[in-house]
Design a protein around this ligand. Structure first.
Ligand code: DLZ
Length: 160
């Protein structure tokens, strides 16, 4: 069967988040999308045991800034993991390509530098409808997926 809701997951398979401090960084661009992703991430972290006071929510101007902001949060914010939330919509110029390339490589670099989960909850879509479909619409919520991935990666790190 074709999987249409990409955020379907088994709650029993998600590790407990109690005791972890987790950053949620969201870009200001396309707020109708990033607000919904942020809510999905925060609600999911709380559902899985992360205390409200251990969820550090911050805004950055755009998706391009997510990797440097995650680096700073890990260096100075005392967090165990960061979920990076953004939405880049294809326009008429090559800006889209540069932002997507920079943020995907940047987030990878920050994760490797700190040895901590830095999660890519960034939508890169052709239009706004595709983004809304993945921000609480018919294809789920990429923020929910980001929260589940962060908890699984923290459990993986803890198991080593
Ligand atoms: C400049 C820009 C453009 C054209 N499009 C988006 C977008 O679709 N989504 C997004 O999050 N940010 C966009 N930005 C802003 C850049 O991410 C960045 O904030 C600026 O280039 C300043 O570094």
């Amino acid at each position: 069967m074709k999987k249409t809701n990409l955020s379907d997951y088994d709650p029993q398979a998600v590790p407990d988040g109690n005791g972890y401090k987790i950053g949620v960084l969201a870009a200001e661009w396309n707020p109708e999308v990033t607000d919904a992703l942020m809510k999905g991430a925060v609600d999911t972290l709380r559902e899985h045991g992360v205390k409200p006071e251990d969820i550090v929510v911050r805004r950055v101007p755009g998706t391009f800034e997510l990797s440097s902001a995650a680096d700073m949060m890990l260096a100075f914010g005392g967090v165990d993991a960061v979920i990076c939330i953004g939405c880049v919509i294809q326009g008429e110029t090559r800006h889209f390509e540069f932002i997507c390339q920079a943020v995907s490589q940047g987030i990878t670099n920050v994760a490797l530098k700190h040895g901590r989960p830095v999660i890519f909850s960034v939508l890169t879509t052709n239009d706004m409808q595709q983004a809304l479909d993945r921000a609480g619409g018919k294809h789920g919520n990429k923020g929910v997926e980001g929260a589940v991935t962060a908890l699984k990666m923290l459990a993986y790190r803890n198991s080593l």
